[in-house]
Every structure is written in structure tokens, then in C-alpha cells.
Design a protein around this ligand. Sequence first.
Ligand SMILES: C[S@@+](CC[C@H](N)C(=O)[O-])C[C@H]1O[C@@H](n2cnc3c(N)ncnc32)[C@H](O)[C@@H]1O
Length: 390
Amino acid sequence: MYLATVLPGLESVLVDEVQTKISEATIQETARGKVFFASPAPWGQLLALRTADNLFHVLGSFRVGPHRADLADVRATVAALNPVAGPDLASRQAPAADTAVPRRERRPVTFFVNASRTGRHTYSRFELAEAATRGVLDRHPSWRVGEPTVHDVELRLDVTGDVAIFSRRLTPASFRFRGRERYFTPAALRPPVAHALVWLSRPAPDDRFVDPFCGSGTILAERLPYPGRDVLGGDPAPDVLRAARSNLFPPPEQGLGRSIACTAMPPADTDGNAPGRLGPGALPPGCIPTPRLTLLRWDARRLPLRDGVVDKVVTNLPFGRQVLGPDKIDAVYRGFVAELRRVLAPPGEALLLTDQVDALLDAAAPLRPEPLFTLSLKGLHPQIIRLRQG
Ligand SMILES: C[S@@+](CC[C@H](N)C(=O)[O-])C[C@H]1O[C@@H](n2cnc3c(N)ncnc32)[C@H](O)[C@@H]1O
């Protein structure tokens, strides 16, 4: 069984992604910030789950008592579990047994146990982690405890009430940052949250997709791997646009250069000043609909787009504290919603993230706003709100 962690509030989006992308997946359970599922799929397939923050292989689940004295049982039970059972991370293919530890270097295997605890217990999560650490050392006396961020094997013990789940982390820290250097502006979204918004828009090969407040381009970056016709983003801040450009048009040596061979649109100016125009166009027969990416400097209240040419708008609106003063929010939201109504082609839709919910609901009343999810994000509780055209 696998455990995928996710930002609280997005569990059902991840469930949908698991069921869509992972062969024969069965959801076992969901809890706050966690989705448990089983699948016979090769482990590498799981890396396609982009709403997940991290993936773990569940090594065992067992009962645990509430008292400090019960930690002896935790230690004994953990000692009976193989901490490297499950996928062989080196091969990303078949499950392997005790050999999924570095063989290339002749040094002791290092490991680290994190623990969490919910419920009434007389021990702390640190004592829980210590008990599990001792259990691992009982089983593997030659292993050494590593640093919190530097180790070969990362283990996790989650206790909720009287149930403990012991798991091994499969994904590196870079997984949720997409494994490469990126510029994140202060208000940037975490890529898995940006992906959840994109997933909710149900990416389709003929989509004309726009992020009108694109910032450093996190949402655009999550949309690009899916088939589509056009992906456009814009922002008025030149420094922010520079960050987006560097994130989305990385130098060729990073091997992430984008193909623009299959485009249905005439080339548009992407220097950040000249307006681009979406027009009607058909994909040539047999052309893979790799989305064509355009970044422009713009104000979302005056989009340089013709009426009714956009299918999906997905964005993270400016939040009061981070980007715009609260006095400006109403004006920007109203101006943007007016543009949205103009450029969205029926039955187009918009998925918007904001913590200025009242301002958006007021501005968007004619589009029958539908609040979908409330997230817990950096101490705020923004909502994902859907607007439909037509
Ligand atoms: C919450 S941030 C978007 C962050 C982005 N999703 C990311 O991950 O980097 C909002 C962005 O809206 C931009 N913005 C503010 N007023 C705007 C306007 N009138 N039109 C378009 N963008 C605007 C800001 O410059 C900021 O980059």
C-alpha cells in the first residue's frame, strides 16, 4: 500500500488523479492531508501524481497504546518490519527486499525517522520517533542515524489515536519542486497546489488555457506537460515576468526546451511588451497538440485577447497581504471578472484561488461562483472557486 501526502483540502483532487493515472488503483482510505491507495502498477508510474507532495510505501500498520510504557511495543513492532520493503528506488521498477540501500558506497546505511501524533497519549512525537529509531537499530545494528535532511532511508511513523502507520518515503525533497532550480516569487504557489488547480480544469487537447495573474509561472508549468493548444500567461511586473520566463523557457542545457513545432497560431511576440492575439486555427492532421506557450506583460483587466477565444482560465489571484493592498482588490477583481466574461468561450470555465473570497463572490456574481475547496496554506485559508461561462 502507498501513502501520498497532499495539502489539506486537496485530498479529493488527489484521489481523482490516482484513480485516473494509476493502473488498477484502489483507494484504501483518506485522512487529512493523506491518501492511502494500493496498486500493482510499477513504482515509476506513481511519479505522475503531481498533486501529491510526497509518496511513501506503507511498511506496516499496528495498534499502539496511549502510555509511555507502550513505546516498548512500538520499538518491538518496528523491529519486526523491513524498513526497505517495497519499490527499489534505484530501478524504479520491481519491488525489492532488503537490498534497496546503496551498494555503491561501502559505508553504513543512514536513516531518519519522523513521527506525528494525533490524540491523547502520554508521550511526545519525539519519544515516538525515538522508539521507532531504536526498533530500526535493533533490526539493523550496523545502520546509523543520519541528519534530518541527509540520510539514505527516511521513515515515518504516524499515530492517530490507537493506530500507527509506519512508512518509507519514496520521493526526494525535490519531488514537489519538480526537481530543478526555479525562481519562486514571494507569492508563488507550491507546484502541487498549482497542479491541483490545473487538474480541476480537466486538461483537454484543444484547450486554450490562460493564467492572467501568472507570477513566476507555476500554474503554466503544471499545465504544459498535458496536451493543449495554447497556454498563455501574463503579469504586469517585469521582474516577476523575468522569473516566469526563466522558469518556463529554461536554457537548452537543462534538457527542458519546449517544442513549438506543432502550433496552430502565428508566432506571437514574447518579449513581454507586445500584445499577442489568439485567433481561430486548426491543428494540422497528425500533429501532437503540444501547447504553444506565450508570456506577455499585461494587466488582467485589459487582456490583449479577442472575445470568446479562451476555454480555461486557471489562476491564483493576488491576495491582499502579499501583492495588492486590500483597497485595490475590489477594483482588480471586478475589472478581471469583466474581462473573463468577455474572453471565455462558452462553456469555458475558470478556477480561481483566493483568500479574498467575499470580494471575488461579489465581483463574480453573474457567473454563479461555485466554491469547491478550502485549503490550509501558509496560515491562510484560501478557497478554490469555479466560475462557468454560459
Ligand atoms: C498570487 S501572485 C501569482 C503567483 C503565481 N501563481 C506563482 O505561482 O508565481 C499574483 C500575481 O498577480 C500579479 N498582479 C497584480 N495585479 C495584476 C493585474 N492587474 N493584472 C495581472 N496581474 C496582476 C502580481 O504581480 C502577482 O505576480
